[in-house]
Ligand binder design. Structure first.
Ligand code: FES
Length: 89
């Protein structure tokens, strides 16, 4: 038996696309809060934006965002950038 809350979520919010908007908003917030390059405080949102703007290699992403130019010289963030590039393909 469905609870009133479950019915509301399944039948009203999904039909109106509100659940999808919430998920998209949650992803956008997490992307802004998650730092890919800790040394330069470059967020996942910034990296994704660079990839969306045709930066298709690690070097191009680093050049566009400044990631990889911090104290660790990219040792901590390069693999994360590569992972995001592979997710985009
Ligand atoms: S984490 Fe990106 S340069 Fe150090």
């Amino acid at each position: 038996m469905k609870t009133a809350k479950k019915y509301f979520t399944d039948n009203v919010l999904q039909k109106r696309g509100i659940v999808m908007e919430d998920q998209a908003m949650e992803t956008a917030v997490l992307d802004k809060l998650t730092k890919i390059c800790l040394c330069k405080a470059i967020s996942r949102a910034t990296i994704k934006k660079a990839i969306a703007n045709k930066a298709d290699t690690v070097e191009k992403v680093q050049q566009a965002t400044g990631a990889g130019s911090g104290a660790c010289c990219g040792r901590r963030c390069t693999a994360k950038i590569e992972e995001l590039l592979h997710l985009d393909q």
